[in-house]
Write a protein that binds this ligand. Structure first.
Ligand code: ATP
Ligand code: MG
Length: 389
């Protein structure tokens, strides 16, 4: 019996006339996620069917699809001819292992008939199938309210599909349906989660990381590459820009007021990120900041940081507690890597008494103490690009 993966969309159904565009994009994202497995991805009436995945690859493929944004849920289905005997046999075969081991041996049948030429109504299918399953496995019983096993049949134009249960996907919208943005990624817990959340809304990601050799190590850089890889499992391919930041950072420490070093550093990071973003087609910046988490994330500090750029800055974690962010990081699988103990350039030379209420005018003045422009240009020209994912 041929197995197919049946994919239900998340929010795409809301998109009216744009729907074919979203559907095509989602189909492309599915193909990319399954690569190198060659599968045939077909759209049919509000569903996507993935045919031709070898049996031994199905579990891993379901796992991959659960990280593709735009997918509400997936089921592994038996694809059979639209004939009652074939449908019944498939349902009985699919229910066998459950019947043999179930703690709570209850089930319920669900049917959906989009091909109205099929001679039985949905209710008739459910009734007949329930009867046949009970006959095959007398230890089972029907529970219409809280069945342990849903047994589903979908009669489509092409074939009939029989499956038991579904796995929830990541939700959101297909990456690329909502433009592109540049994630400022540190080695910390927050920024990978921030990237995940924006990518979930269909935004393609690029990422930029600032490092300060020799104050930050090669391993800190590798950690960021690894984190970017983990985010790309959801967000698809990411161009990661690695920007040498030592000269700018040292100059800030030498020439600018010591209480303002962190905020100035953040302004310069934002400026460089914005330039790279503009040159490479990103429309916004993304950071992992949340209000009040540290001195550089008070409202005043965030205003001063925003003042350095003209692009919108997305801060999806703005209202999250650290605990909530950690929970999310654990769920998406970035936490263990984030807590590896390598220094980020923000944590090198943290001022003892950072300003917590910086003023925009004052910070502009401090920044003007130095002509950073040549250093910015040099850092950008020495930036390395890696294609990750
Ligand atoms: P994270 O856990 O993401 O490191 P954080 O709580 O440590 O965040 P900061 O170090 O103040 O906070 O950084 C705030 C945000 O600035 C980060 O979420 C990230 O978006 C950006 N950022 C910080 N350091 C870097 C860096 N070295 N390269 C790129 N972006 C950075
Ligand atoms: Mg950090």
């Amino acid at each position: 019996m041929e197995k197919v993966i049946l994919v239900r969309y998340a929010e795409i159904h809301l998109k009216g006339l744009n729907r074919p565009f979203f559907e095509r994009l989602l189909a492309d994202r599915i193909k990319q996620a399954l690569n190198p497995v060659h599968a045939s991805v077909e759209r049919e009436q509000g569903r996507i069917f993935v045919y031709g995945v070898p049996e031994q690859e199905i579990a891993a493929s379901v796992d991959k699809l659960c990280r593709v944004f735009g997918i509400h849920s997936v089921s592994v289905a038996c694809c059979v001819a639209k004939e009652w005997d074939a449908i019944r046999d498939a349902a009985i075969a699919e229910t066998r292992s459950f019947a043999e081991s179930a703690q709570i041996p209850t089930f319920k049948c669900f049917a959906r008939r989009s091909d109205k030429r099929f001679p039985m109504t949905s209710e008739e299918i459910c009734r007949e199938l329930g009867h046949d399953i009970l006959e095959a496995y007398p230890n089972l019983s029907v529970d219409v309210h809280h069945p342990a096993l849903p047994v589903s049949v979908e009669i489509r134009q092409t074939n009939a599909f029989v499956y038991t249960g579904e796995v929830l996907g990541a939700g959101g919208m297909p990456v690329g349906s909502n433009g592109k943005a540049m994630l400022l990624i540190s080695g910390g817990i927050d920024s990978p989660v921030a990237g995940f959340m924006i990518a979930k809304r269909g935004v393609m990601l690029d990422a930029v990381h600032f490092y300060s050799y020799p104050y930050t190590s090669e391993r800190a850089r590798d950690k960021v590459i690894e984190l970017t890889k983990l985010v790309s499992r959801y967000a698809g391919r990411i161009n990661l820009y690695l920007v040498p930041f030592t000269e700018i950072q040292m100059t800030i420490y030498d020439k600018c007021p010591s209480t303002e070093t962190t905020v100035l550093m953040r302004r310069l990071m934002m400026k460089i990120a914005e330039r790279i973003a503009k040159d490479t087609g990103s429309q916004a910046l993304i950071t992992g900041e949340s209000i009040g988490q540290v001195a550089s994330q008070t409202i005043e500090s965030l205003c001063v940081t925003d003042d350095a750029v003209s692009m919108p800055v997305f801060r999806p974690l703005i209202g999250f507690d650290k605990e909530e962010i950690i929970e999310k990081a654990q769920k998406i699988g970035t936490f263990e890597t984030s807590i590896l103990p390598y220094e980020d350039c923000c944590t090198v030379f943290v001022p003892k008494h950072p300003v917590t209420k910086p003023k925009v005018d004052k910070l502009r003045e401090s920044e003007a103490l130095v002509d950073f422009e040549p250093m910015i240009q040099k850092a950008i020209s020495e930036t390395e690009r890696m294609n990750i994912g």
